[in-house]
Structures are given as structure tokens and as C-alpha cells.
Design a protein. Sequence first.
Length: 142
Amino acid sequence: MNNTDVEKRTLIKVVLDTNFALVTYNPVIKLGKIEWKAKANTEEYQSAFIALLEHADKYPVHYFLSDITKQSVVSPENRKWFENIMIPMAIGKGLKKAGAIFDGNVFKKYYINLIIQATNKLGLPLKVFRNEEEAVKWFVKD
């Protein structure tokens, strides 16, 4: 790891760290990220997003990345909340692009396809990636 990598890592701020999710913010590229660690109930699922939305009140979040490789199946209620409440609020706070790190699980594929349909209707570009590096390249290529 070179000095630039170390400098970039030290700039990343932990917004929320729980047993179910790690929420971080990278001020250099204005990236909010949720790395799901385990199954989350409705309150936990929503709290990770709400923590990032509240952080966006003070610090601009132009890009959002969700690492769902360790996330369990998301309930239809939580998915609808994400589509109807969370995404419009995030767009209202300046979100420009979103992405997901995804492992190809068939249940997650169904979930992610529904999310992509919803974000397309709202005019928010959302893509699926194998890793964070691919996502960051896409986010900042404007």
C-alpha cells in the first residue's frame, strides 16, 4: 500500500458501525457507502440509510454504494420503503448516481432488478458492480 492509499483511507469517516452494517463517507469523492454485514430487521435496515441521509445534511453525498454481498433477503416492505422514501429523499439531498456490489445470488438479483426499475423511474442512474473500484471509476467519470 502506498502513501496515497493510506491518505485516502484515513479520510474515510465512519458514520455508523453496527453488527449488521458499516456506513462510511468518503469526502474526497462524496461517496456514501453501506456495507451490509448480516441480516437486519426493518428498524436496523432503515437506520443505516437514515444515518447516511442525516450525514448528507452536513456533507454532500453525490454517490451511493451498497455492498449487498453479505446482506440477507430484503423484505418487500423494506424494498418499498427504500424505493418510495429513501431514494427520493437522497435525490433531494443531491444524490447523482448509485451502485451496488453484488455476488449474483438469485434472490438478490430479483431485489436489485426491482430497485433498478424504481431508480430508473426517478432518473437516478444505478449500476451493479463486482467491486468498489469498478463503482468508483463509474461514479467519477463525468
